[in-house]
Design a protein around this ligand. Structure first.
Ligand SMILES: [Mg+2]
Length: 220
């Protein structure tokens, strides 16, 4: 049974794809590149984001791009919203005694603002933001908080999240509410793929009740 959940943030608990797309296109536009639409972004964006920008804007320093991105993100007009079922999933964790953490690549200052804006700080035992390559921190998090790998899952929306889970020797659970298209995620074979966090809670509740799960892993 999973007792510990490490959550990604963007695309897993909150929907910030709108402002991220606005900011990404602002950065691309500064260097004369055509904007991406939502589906183009979901098929092309990847973490660590330095790889994405190295491909899109070769030769431009990452620190320079990050500066442009931060300013454009702060000025973006599309709101960041809580994803459906996210609040209920966090409350389910608390009610069932599960431990919850965040591991995100998102800029740490922007993350802290969102964490407080949604009133979610109390849900997490610890949060780690601004982590460019999550694989570099996963072992440290497991060791620091004494999380048994067989009782721990990483829940995320991107292939990098699944690769981070594998690297840490923990379960890789994919949600289809975020930045990566379902086909992109399927290519890295998550242990479990769910449409959203509501479906994940149902899956765990059925497991606990001894009902055989209805075949997720699935990809629509
Ligand atoms: Mg994400």
């Amino acid at each position: 049974m999973f007792r510990n959940f490490i959550f990604d943030w963007s695309g897993t608990l909150v929907d910030d794809l709108g402002p991220v797309l606005e900011a990404t296109n602002a950065v691309l536009g500064r260097y004369g590149r055509a904007p991406l639409d939502r589906e183009g972004f979901r098929r092309n964006f990847r973490l660590p984001y330095r790889e994405f920008y190295a491909e899109m804007l070769p030769g431009v320093a990452l620190a320079e791009l990050e500066g442009h991105f931060r300013r454009a993100f702060a000025a973006a007009t599309t709101p960041v919203t809580v994803l459906p079922h996210a609040r209920e999933k966090l409350e389910w964790c608390a009610a069932s005694g599960r431990r919850a953490f965040v591991l995100t690549s998102m800029d740490a200052a922007a993350f802290e603002l969102q964490l407080d804006a949604f009133g979610w700080r109390h849900h997490f035992e610890a949060t780690y933001a601004g982590v460019l390559d999550k694989r570099e921190l996963i072992h440290w998090i497991l060791a620091t908080h004494r999380l048994a790998p067989q009782e721990t899952a990483f829940i995320g929306d991107m292939t990098h999240d699944m690769e981070t889970a594998r690297h840490g020797g923990i379960a890789a659970i994919a949600v289809l509410t975020g930045y990566n298209h379902a086909e992109v995620l399927a290519a890295v074979h998550p242990d479990l793929t769910v449409a959203d966090l509501g479906e994940l809670v149902e899956w765990f509740d059925k497991q606990r009740a001894g009902i055989p799960p209805q075949a997720p892993p699935r990809v629509p």
